[in-house]
Design a protein around this ligand. Structure first.
Ligand code: FES
Length: 203
């Protein structure tokens, strides 16, 4: 065997287009493209109009539209998953990491679907002193939520997916503490009995 032939049998062919790692990369790429296509199908004309309109507010740099787009996306889908991050990045001609950084920096943005009813309990001073920690505990116990279950970007959610409960900071109604936001409705002076009634009402 000449020297060249020997090298060919000994050295791995790193250009092999069908090597396992290349196949893995392509499979991931295909999954992402399929997911993006599905996402595009789910985008309603209204949402696309809202996105286009939001971008017009930032004529100098489209990048500045990233936060408004993330809000629009989360309002529409309830959370922002990987394909959403990728879609927004492509729409703004950015790398997806630039969008991922925003999603993981701001606690408001979620990467997992929340429960049907989202209960936000204020834990800032006035509410904390008026018993909001006990109210939060009551919500969690009544819905079967383990408050430690999820991390920063997945809200603790009940096993039946009906409720998510989280602490938030001041909701701007300190005079009627403790205060909760149930979806978009403000609940004031919430007692433990009120918490139970809220769970019943939204179950
Ligand atoms: S401290 Fe709870 S609403 Fe302000």
């Amino acid at each position: 065997m000449d020297q060249q032939a020997q090298r060919n049998t000994e050295e791995p062919n790193i250009e092999d287009p069908f090597s396992p790692s290349d196949q893995g990369d392509r499979s991931l790429e295909r999954d992402l493209e399929a997911s993006l296509a599905l996402q595009a199908e789910n985008l309603t004309a209204i949402l696309l109009d809202q996105i286009d309109e939001a971008i017009t507010h930032y004529p100098i740099s489209k990048r500045s539209a990233a936060l408004p787009l993330l809000h629009l996306w989360q309002n529409h889908f309830g959370f922002i998953d990987e394909s959403g991050i990728e879609w927004i990045a492509r729409r703004l001609d950015l790398n997806s990491i630039a969008i991922l950084e925003l999603v993981t920096f701001y606690p408001w943005f979620r990467q997992k679907a929340p429960g049907k009813t989202i209960i936000r309990v204020c834990r800032t001073l006035s509410c904390a002193m008026a018993g909001s920690y006990e109210v939060h505990e009551k919500f969690c116990k009544s819905t079967g939520i383990d408050p430690c279950l999820e991390g920063h970007h997945g809200m603790p959610t009940s096993p039946d997916k009906k409720f998510s409960v989280e602490f938030v900071e001041c909701l701007g109604s300190c005079g009627s503490a403790p205060v909760c936001l149930v979806n978009q409705d403000l609940a004031e002076r919430v007692s433990l009995e009120d918490a139970e009634a809220i769970i019943k009402k939204y179950s």
